[in-house]
Design a protein around this ligand. Structure first.
Ligand code: GLN
Ligand code: ZN
Length: 772
């Protein structure tokens, strides 16, 4: 039986983030459109050459994007909202980037911490996370009267571009059903999926064009197939693939699923008239057996066995043993579990890692090499692959046995956790009374979320310090100065609970990861988050512990400057986990408990140093929700427990705050309640406090700070509008439960916006105190 290897998508940003720099130069007018297009083409050519050199049999095209493949798809089918019509031709870069970023009058404005919603004349499309990844896509927008047409030739152009270079590629397109399921409608109650019959002919036309250009196979990504689907969606799949196959019988369709198992959609999928099916066997290995049992014998199975979402070397011996019986019976394709978009590009460029740890890792290029070795080994050519297999087995064994991954003290401590570890000594009502007596705060106390503007001086000082141009003392003195100014200013405008400003932090996860044992940081392992924005998630490789205090000195310095309470400020365990590459040799929840214990140590030390209020941010708790509803509770149970482990080591009179930067709580409100933080601050300004309903319906008993200042925009909110929001909040919730704060941290804002906004916020709080 034949075995081939395939890639589902190569990272677009370039090994040295060439795409980022080209885009940013173009946006700032330093290079022309032609230069941008040339840079993009060079990246595609290099990616094809690289994949070819590594020996991948099936190389993708149209996996590249100047910004986002979902946006590309919207443009391709002519789904450009009328708002952007005036900006140019539908397929022009002006329209494309307007949809991606909005058009701006305020230069240099980057939006919030995550870069969302910068100031604009024409706003950008909404951006949200791609399934459970940290990649963000531009949400397609459709309306009931939506018409589609084949408006873009990108898929065809890139196929032809590769062909001219001698690469016979398999074009990747985002499937019509997933595209519509991700779309939002501007008309209330209108379901985008009802447009499917209008959309499919456009795809048929595209496939026809690709077939005429010489493409034999096309990879159609339908990751929505791993979600809970209703019958309407399943019908849409049946209709779509029936129509496409009938319209373009010559084109072979590989239906591609990833990020989970097909589960209860399996039967629907196996009945579709497609020629190939890709399964994510890293996330859902258990689906292989039922698929083998019931798939048509001529259905080409693409087995996603190398983890496209993580950075670890595969255990090739294990994979050979697992797959040998399968390849004896049918043709298969070996592939990464999903597109390699989510992996860093090339381990060879990473020079800063401990060599012992580097030996355990595989980035995109190395993952493709693994596929080639695996292909050889399974093709009966074990001999040809011997050296590589031996090296792989050695690396895998070394990792398993390494001192670096196993810390007996951490293991012992974890084993000693009991119910008390995640339980505060008194219930909220009694804690609240003690805290009130101790803190003596006014009604509707004012505070902020933690960070203050990271000005260019702050960033320059940090860069100089890490280059070695600014010594430790000078850097610390500079940060102290900034902190002192922030404290003085907060006192001056009358904020009740102060923050030190987080000037010493590069990033809310990295700062802690760099101080915790078990974390590694990379220099070059960038992954696209959205558009030109790339991140370098830390790698959690070993048992996590806290060798020394992480924030206590800074807190002490800040508190020493003022009589008002300064919050201790920490990132929570679930958020640290969700924004990192996590070790795959033990359950995520176990790693999370280890982080929780480390944070707990810091919380306890802050309390011992005198902190009366400690905030533990769980910005990313919601992001960790599994794609399938049935798995939510399991995740929420351990996520909440981890937060509680981190927060329950303190006395009842110590007030624990948490912060979450999103606005959908309806479906997780019970878990939020179970976290039992004394105060939670949430993002509400943009949603005009709608989300408070979840809290009031649930009768959430603890204190809440609904964000009244939308920090995602440089606009300064007026006293009147914040007053209005607070009065509205006081209608929904008991006034005694309400805190007054912005939506999120102020790191990405400028002082000139922050100052008047917070002055107005304190004025609004004072006014409402009198009214309620
Ligand atoms: N304390 C962090 C800050 O203020 C919280 C950021 C966040 O939740 N994204 O920056
Ligand atoms: Zn936030």
């Amino acid at each position: 039986m034949t075995i081939s290897t395939a890639n589902l998508g190569f990272p677009r940003i370039g090994p040295r983030r060439e795409l980022k720099f080209a885009l940013e130069s173009f946006w700032s007018g330093k290079i022309t459109e032609t230069e941008l297009r040339d840079a993009a083409s060079a990246l595609r050519v290099a990616a094809w050459a690289r994949q070819h050199a590594v020996g991948v049999d099936i190389i993708p095209s149209n996996d590249f994007s100047l910004y986002d493949h979902v946006l590309d798809t919207s443009v391709m089918v002519g789904a450009v909202p009328p708002l952007y019509d005036a900006l140019g031709a539908l397929d022009s870069l002006a329209v494309y980037f307007a949809m991606a970023r909005g058009t701006r009058t305020v230069s240099g404005d980057e939006g919030c911490i995550h870069g969302h919603n910068a100031a604009s004349d024409v706003p950008a499309l909404e951006m949200t996370k791609w399934f459970d990844t940290n990649y963000h896509y531009m949400v397609p927008e459709v309306r009931p009267e939506q018409e589609f047409r084949l408006a873009g030739t990108k898929a065809l152009d890139e196929f032809v571009e590769a062909k001219a270079l001698g690469y016979h590629t398999r074009p990747v397109i985002l499937g019509p059903v997933t595209w519509l399921l991700l779309a939002k409608s501007t008309a209330p109650g209108f379901e985008p999926i009802s447009l499917i019959e209008r959309l499919v002919p456009i795809y048929a036309e595209l496939l026809q064009g690709l077939a005429e250009a010489g493409a034999e196979w096309v990879q159609i990504d339908e990751p929505a197939l791993v979600l809970d689907l209703d019958e309407t969606a399943r019908d849409a799949f049946r209709m779509t693939y029936g129509m496409l196959k009938a319209a373009v019988p010559a084109m072979k369709l590989q239906l591609t699923t990833y990020f989970g198992g097909l589960g209860d959609n399996l039967e629907t999928v196996l009945a579709l008239p497609v020629d190939g099916l890709h399964l994510d066997l890293v996330r859902a290995p258990e689906q292989l057996e039922p698929v083998l049992l019931s798939a048509r014998p001529d259905l080409v199975l693409s087995l996603g066995i190398v983890d496209g979402r993580n950075v670890w070397k595969s255990d090739l011996d294990r994979l050979v043993d697992w797959l040998k019986p399968v390849v004896a019976k049918r043709d298969i394709v070996l592939a990464p579990s999903c597109s390699l978009l989510h992996a860093p590009i090339d381990l060879a460029l990473e020079t800063s890692l401990d060599p012992e740890i580097a030996e355990w890792l595989a980035f995109a290029v190395q993952k493709l090499e693994e596929l080639a070795v695996l292909g050889d080994a399974l093709n009966g050519d074990r001999y040809a692959a011997t050296a590589e297999l031996v090296a792989n087995a050695e690396a895998v064994a070394k990792r398993r046995e390494s001192q670096l991954t196993n810390d007996p003290a951490v293991r012992r401590r974890l084993a000693s956790i009991d119910a008390d570890t995640s339980q505060r000594a008194l219930p909220f009502a009694e804690r609240a009374a003690l805290q009130r007596d101790r803190l003596r705060l006014p009604a509707l106390p004012t505070t902020t979320i933690g960070s203050f503007p990271q000005t260019s001086e702050v960033r320059k000082a940090r860069a100089a310090h890490s280059r070695g141009d600014l010594d430790d003392t000078a850097y610390r003195d500079f940060l102290r100065q900034e902190t002192e100014l922030a404290i003085r200013w907060q006192e001056e405008i009358g904020i009740d609970v102060l923050v030190h400003g987080e000037f010493e932090r590069n990033d809310m996860v990295q700062y802690f990861g760099e101080k915790l044992a078990g974390f590694a940081f990379t220099k070059a392992a960038w992954v696209q988050s959205y558009g030109s924005r790339c991140v370098r998630p830390p790698i959690i490789y070993g048992d996590v512990s806290r060798p020394e205090q992480m924030t206590v000195d800074w807190w002490c310095f800040a508190q020493g400057l003022t009589d008002r309470p300064v919050k201790g400020m920490l990132t929570g365990p679930v958020t640290i986990l969700n924004w990192s590459f996590v070790r795959d040799d033990q359950p995520r929840e176990l790693t999370c408990r280890q982080i929780a214990l480390a944070i707990r140590d810091e919380v306890v030390d802050l309390e011992a140093a005198g902190a009366k209020i400690i905030q533990i941010d769980e910005a990313a708790l919601r992001e960790g929700l599994p794609l399938r509803r049935a798995e939510w509770q399991g995740y929420l149970d351990w996520a909440v427990e981890c937060f509680r482990i981190s927060s329950s080591g303190v006395r009842p009179e110590t007030q624990i705050h948490t912060h979450m930067c999103y606005s959908e709580f309806n479906d997780i409100i019970a878990a939020i309640g179970a976290m039992d933080a004394d105060v939670i601050s949430i993002e509400t300004a943009r949603s005009k406090l709608e989300l408070l309903d979840a809290f009031s319906t649930y009768r959430y008993p603890n204190d809440i700070g609904p964000g009244v200042y939308d920090i995602h925009s440089p606009r300064v909110p007026t006293v009147a509008e914040m007053e209005h929001l607070l009065l509205k909040a006081a209608e929904t919730l008991p006034a005694g439960q309400i805190w007054v704060n912005p939506d999120c941290g102020l790191k990405t804002r400028k002082w000139e916006d922050v100052k008047p906004a917070l002055v107005n916020m304190t004025a609004a709080a004072r006014a409402v105190r009198e009214a309620v």
